[in-house]
Write a protein that binds this ligand. Structure first.
Ligand code: FE2
Length: 264
């Protein structure tokens, strides 16, 4: 159950964001903008420039679509706070990125489990202007939509360790492209520099078999050699990889057993 509810979208596609929500958006932007300049990959930063998000108010969906649609054919789709796997994959398969139209409260400024409007827009939409990332996400949606329900947990891990928590090499530097990281100040710093965190070269079989939790700082990240690797991934027979991973089984989780009930 969510404590949040998406705000209504009127017949003109507008959301009536309040002054308080505009102020929260402003403060979130101020805090994250300086961090992403040094931590995000170039593809994300050029996407953010293209989006040209307002700082002093919450953007409207149409403003984002005006950039995404002519660039990669993607659009944002307003949804309820929580949606089913089925609906999620269906939207991605049609190049529609689900965006819940609610913003976190001040009480949860630093940390919330549910993806809010700031996470979806600031975290993800910049990368959706990149053709390789956009293509991968589209193919991923198509596969997920057609996949047997019992195999979807494997696909969820692929999404988690790429779109949400992916790292990428850029020259001799490590950068972030995952939206779950880039919309969280603590995780943006921890992902690149925290001690005791594993950062492994991306390997599809390893990723599909690595459990994760949604409510902790990630103990492991996977690193692409470049964003083009996502395009190469989309050309693989990913469902064959999923079936192989299902036969191989999961790796032991990198978090304690008593926390295991949140694992996916
Ligand atoms: Fe997300």
């Amino acid at each position: 159950m969510s404590q949040y509810h998406s705000k209504a979208v009127d017949e003109d596609g507008l959301v009536a964001w309040s002054r308080e929500e505009d102020a929260i958006w402003h403060d979130l932007m101020e805090r994250q903008l300086s961090l992403v300049q040094t931590h995000a990959c170039q593809e994300y930063l050029s996407g953010l420039t293209r989006l040209n998000l307002p700082r002093d108010r919450v953007p409207q969906l149409a403003e984002i679509n005006q950039v995404l649609l002519p660039t990669t054919g993607w659009q944002v789709e307003p949804v309820a706070a929580l949606i089913s796997f089925d609906r999620f994959f269906q939207l991605l398969a049609h190049r529609r990125f689900p965006v819940a139209t609610f913003l976190r409260s001040r009480a949860e400024f630093d940390y919330l489990q549910e993806p809010d409007f700031f996470h979806e827009v600031f975290g993800h939409c910049a990368m959706l202007t990149n053709p390789n990332f956009a293509h991968f996400t589209h193919v991923y949606g198509q596969l997920g939509h057609a996949a047997k329900p019992e195999l979807r947990a494997y696909l969820a891990r692929l999404y988690w360790f790429t779109v949400e928590f992916g790292l990428v090499n850029e020259g001799d530097q490590l950068k972030v492209y995952g939206g779950g990281i880039l919309s969280s100040p603590g995780e943006t710093q921890a992902a690149l520099s925290a001690m005791g965190v594993q950062r492994e070269a991306f390997n599809i079989n390893r990723v599909l078999r690595t459990p994760y939790r949604i409510d902790i700082m990630q103990p492991i990240y996977f690193v692409l050699r470049d964003i083009d690797q996502l395009y190469q991934l989309s050309k693989l027979d990913l469902m064959a990889e999923v079936e192989r991973a299902a036969l191989d089984g999961l790796y032991p989780p990198l978090f304690s057993a008593k926390e295991f009930d949140h694992v996916q």
